[in-house]
Design a protein around this ligand. Structure first.
Ligand code: URA
Length: 433
């Protein structure tokens, strides 16, 4: 059947058969379909949606378009991962992966790069001198089997269908389709050969999903489909109106992650790290009760063992440990550091993560387009949080910039990101569901 017939059927609200979806994915990967037809099809899916069966078949066909990781059976060491829809200061993966390995899981954490105002785990890790995120699947397997963890980018052989479709979606206004987002995210996670997955669906001004209802619907779509595909999955909706933690920017987030691995650091970061680890313990039958499992995860974090796993992972993935330690001791790497101070006394009522994210990107920490270079050293730290009490002249945020002019521009961009009011403000719970 000509592909035009499928486009027209989807345009008119019809459904595609499993064979038709498999054929579509195969032809996309073979480069056999004209880009304008694939684009038209994606737009038809965006407007008409897919039913459960179409979405599941598309996800599995995309997963199987490339290499799927296979693990040595070992019921005592389940293979798990976490995925976040992304936000400003979202560094959860960095402490979470070594914590999970320390708890006895195997963690092939395959992550992405930042785009737009959203940071990416690979960019953060690559601010560590020498750390390599480009490893072949044989090496990923070796590291995960031996050490319990590898934090890497997707190999060229994994999920080629998503690479092609995502690039087209990016330039055709078809990214915001819940069906296509679900298939895109899950095809990549399912290709890791996981037994359990935890999903962090961010919700708020600086998130992909702005409202609680949008985020909840995406969370349900992802959780439902991943479970149907045989991966025990739990999705949490978490707040992304203010940055997570008190630092945003690639190196500065590594510093904050190490604080978390030392049992310190911001409470919201620690809460999500322990919640996701606890949830995976429940999902894999290692604990019955989430609250108790979170307590076990917190105790493990405080034991220092996850920090030792982190150090081993850095060494095994090529880091220059002396240079890393020197950087960690100095914290500040950027040539210019400026403080933005509070004009009034009171309580912080707003820290607009969207404005901070845009300023962060302008400073050079993020990308406007895939393929842009990022500056590992620039960013923000000492960011206040909603509910903090401040006095006139206290630091609201510290700006790390390449030049004085870049710092001044950032200050003008973020000046209105902060709200200060007289009356006390409740702290925001980071977890919504
Ligand atoms: N992240 C992905 O990997 N895919 C999408 O479609 C959206 C966010």
């Amino acid at each position: 059947m000509a592909f035009l017939d499928l486009i027209e059927r989807k345009r008119d609200g019809g459904a595609l058969s499993p064979d038709e979806i498999h054929g579509f994915v195969k032809e996309v990967v073979a480069g056999a379909l004209p880009r304008e037809q694939v684009s038209a099809f994606l737009m038809a899916v965006l407007f008409r949606g897919m039913d459960d069966s179409e979405r599941r078949i598309l996800t599995l066909a995309m997963r199987d378009s490339g290499e799927v990781l296979v693990w040595t059976p070992d019921p005592g060491r389940p293979v798990v991962d976490k995925h976040s829809t992304g936000g400003v200061g979202d560094k959860v993966s960095l402490p979470l992966a070594p914590l999970l390995a320390s708890l006895g899981f195997r963690v092939p954490m395959i992550s992405g790069r930042g785009l737009g105002i959203t940071g990416g785990t690979l960019d953060k890790l690559e601010s560590i001198p020498g750390f390599s995120t480009r490893l072949p699947s044989e090496r990923i397997r070796e590291l995960v089997e031996e050490d319990g963890v590898a934090m890497v980018g997707q190999t060229d052989r994994m999920v080629p269908a998503d690479r092609i479709l995502y690039a087209l979606r990016d330039v055709t206004g078809t990214v915001p389709s819940r069906d296509l987002i679900t298939a895109s995210i899950l095809s990549k996670k399912l290709a890791e050969g996981l037994e359990a997955l935890v999903l962090d669906v961010k919700c708020g001004a600086a998130a992909f999903m702005k409202t609680r209802s949008e985020a909840t619907r995406l969370a349900e779509s992802l959780e439902g489909l991943a479970n149907q595909c045989g991966v025990g999955t739990r999705a949490f909706v978490t707040r992304m109106d203010q940055p997570l933690g008190r630092a945003a920017g690639n190196w500065l987030e590594v510093v904050e992650s190490v604080e978390c691995l030392r049992g310190r650091g911001p409470a919201d970061l620690r809460e999500l790290v322990c919640c996701f680890a606890g949830s995976l313990m429940v999902q894999t039958g290692r604990a019955d009760d989430l609250a108790a499992a979170i307590g076990v995860a917190a105790g493990e974090l405080d034991s220092g063992r996850p920090l030792a796993v982190w150090h081993r992972m850095l060494e095994r993935q090529g880091s220059d440990m002396d240079a890393y330690s020197r950087r960690l001791d100095s914290v500040v790497l950027a040539p210019v550091v400026q403080e933005f101070r509070s004009p009034a006394s009171g309580y912080v009522s707003q820290v607009d993560a969207r404005r901070l994210g845009k300023a962060l990107r302008r400073l050079g920490a993020g990308r406007l387009q895939a393929g842009d270079e990022v500056d590992p050293e620039v960013g923000f730290d000492q960011i206040v949080q909603v509910g903090d009490s401040v006095r006139t002249g206290d630091v609201l945020v510290r700006i790390h910039a390449r030049t004085l002019q870049a710092a001044d521009t950032a200050i003008s961009e973020i000046a209105n990101a902060f709200g200060i009011q007289d009356a006390p403000v409740d702290r925001q719970a980071v977890r919504i569901t």
